[in-house]
Ligand binder design. Structure first.
Ligand code: ZN
Length: 150
């Protein structure tokens, strides 16, 4: 069974990779805030399956570890996160533009901070599903593998 630390590591890698792919496809400039957001949320959601179904007995893997859940709920969740992410990226663009137009330095900083925050959130949203999926993938590769339904 993949342990606590391994799940965190895989989740971080999944979140980071998801951002790097999105970054390459987007044509947007690289964002440290988004990268960190995706990495952290990947780590957090990589812990989720075992928080819902704790590894307290050998057959703890149930519905939220199941093949059915992975192939139905995760794609739906992915679509949802993609649309939420788009909303935040639009806000990023809006605040970046306001920052560029701002004459007063304080105002500029305020818009820049908002743009930064929404970048972080856009990244965090991106890491949710890959982090969760990394957990199931790691578990699937163990001898016990995943249940079909739970
Ligand atoms: Zn697990």
């Amino acid at each position: 069974m993949a342990n606590h630390k391994e799940h965190l590591l895989y989740g971080a890698a999944a979140g980071a990779a998801a951002y790097l792919i999105a970054y390459n496809l987007s044509g947007r400039e690289f964002s440290v805030a988004e990268f960190i957001g995706a990495t952290l949320s990947g780590m957090a959601t990589a812990k989720l399956p075992d928080l819902i179904e704790p590894a307290d007995h050998p057959n703890h893997r149930s519905t939220f570890h199941s093949v059915t859940f992975s192939t139905t709920a995760l794609p739906i969740a992915w679509q949802w996160t993609q649309s939420k992410r788009e909303e935040h990226l639009k806000l990023v663009d809006k605040y970046a533009e306001l920052a560029a137009q701002a004459v007063i330095e304080q105002e500029k900083q305020m818009w820049q901070q908002r743009a930064f925050w929404h970048k972080f959130v856009a990244g965090a949203i991106l890491g949710i599903v890959p982090g969760y999926a990394s957990h199931l993938l790691a578990d699937a590769l163990t001898p016990k593998s995943l249940p079909l339904l739970g």
